[in-house]
Design a protein around this ligand. Structure first.
Ligand code: NAD
Ligand code: ZN
Length: 358
């Protein structure tokens, strides 16, 4: 079964996503990702402990600068971006340099933004190590850093030259991070693939037990969905917005709760449950469909309810500010049915407020 290769087609360009076991031990395969002499290798301390050695060894013949960040979202800053620029300058990196991100979405977003900016754009390779990064952030070319005023406010579209997802690295991922990644996997079924959703319903125990074949299949099918959407809508003018299912609610929860609350995937799990229930209440989708979504979220060990103490009005105010809104009208991804999502403008705020207050 090893490896699966998906091609992401973008106009006249394309890149491949490789998914499988032992890919980080394939030194030749990794070297082929960096044809130039210069490599900036970016990772975080957790990932470095478990998975850096084979990657570092693969690039032994390159001129390499290694940056190991402390783990966590708080590192996705302009200051760290500046550190990466300084590392590239120390390297004397030329136009054919490659920036390699070994890590989760934080490392990927930051390193990708550095690759987008150095000399107006150099080669970028993603070696995702979280489930979320494998199924979501490493595919699609969005790169960014955060400002104190908000997440991902500074960034660029910069597509990777290759994505290499070695599923063996998931063995060391904390359970909570694995479950948070499963929320994004579930999302692909929920917005566009009822058969995938039904398959996930049967595979929840195997996924939580990290059965390699089942995880590999879930990752490949998720990446295929994301790659498809991105190929049709690279810069989010239309269809790509459907990937925000559960996210307007989720972002509001993340912002209002502040630091140390639900993880992104957990907040999105709650958000998808809310979006499904709202779709039912507005007469757009059946109670059965909403129930199935809530049950799969629970089967994945993810939360379905807003954490206690979050003010419904603060959540609603935050949702109105979501950057996907037009002129202050509430815009949400809602269901027609499980597996069929639409972007809906001018959603009834009273119904949303009532749901947030439960
Ligand atoms: P993360 O990068 O913070 O990783 C989560 C935790 O897992 C960290 O503590 C990390 O050190 C640890 N870790 C990573 N891989 C590990 C492994 N194999 N073994 C043990 N520990 C490991 O978080 P994330 O959930 O991967 O990514 C979240 C970020 O992704 C956010 O900043 C979000 O904005 C971004 N994101 C970007 C996109 C996009 O399209 N660019 C999409 C979704 C999310
Ligand atoms: Zn997400």
């Amino acid at each position: 079964m090893n490896p699966r290769i998906l091609d992401v087609a973008l106009g006249d360009r394309s890149y491949s996503i490789r998914i499988g076991s032992a890919l980080l031990r394939d030194a030749e395969g990794l070297r082929a990702c960096a044809p130039g002499r210069h490599v900036l290798l970016v990772t975080d301390a957790n990932v470095a402990t478990h998975h850096l050695a084979p990657v570092r060894a693969a690039f032994a013949g390159h001129a390499v600068e290694l940056v190991v960040l402390p783990p966590g979202e708080q590192e996705k800053t302009l200051a760290r971006f500046g550190d990466l620029m300084a590392a590239l300058a120390r390297l004397g990196a030329s136009r054919d340099a490659t920036v390699v991100a070994l890590g989760g979405g934080v490392v990927g977003d930051l390193a990708g933004f550095a690759a987008a900016c150095w000399m107006r754009g150099v080669r970028f390779v993603q070696l995702p190590t979280t489930l979320l990064a494998m199924v979501d952030s490493s595919v699609g070319g969005k790169t960014a850093v955060d400002l104190p005023e908000g997440k991902n406010l500074v960034g660029a579209f910069h597509q990777p030259a290759a994505v290499v997802a070695d599923t063996d690295v998931l063995a060391t991922l904390p359970d909570r991070e694995l479950r948070a990644g499963l929320a994004e996997v579930l999302k692909y079924g929920a917005i566009g693939d009822p058969a995938f959703f039904a398959w996930l319903e049967t595979q929840a125990p195997a996924l939580l037990a990290r059965d390699p074949a089942v995880l590999g299949e879930a990752i490949a099918r998720s990446c295929a969905h994301k790659a498809d959407v991105v190929a049709r809508d690279e810069t989010e003018r239309g269809e790509r917005a459907l990937l925000n299912f559960g996210h307007t609610f989720g972002h509001a929860i993340e912002t209002v709760q502040g630091y140390g609350g639900l993880l992104h995937g957990e907040a999105v799990a709650v958000g998808m449950r809310l979006a499904a229930d709202l779709s039912h209440r507005l007469g757009r989708a059946s109670a059965d469909d909403a129930q199935r979504l809530a049950e799969l979220v629970e089967a994945f060990g993810l939360p379905t309810r807003i954490p206690p103490g979050l003010d419904p009005d603060a959540l609603l105010a935050r949702m109105r500010l979501d950057k996907k809104n037009l002129s202050g009208r509430l815009r949400l991804v809602l269901w027609r049915a499980l597996g069929r999502a639409d972007l809906v403008d001018g959603v009834d705020e009273a119904a949303v407020r009532a749901l947030l207050a439960e």
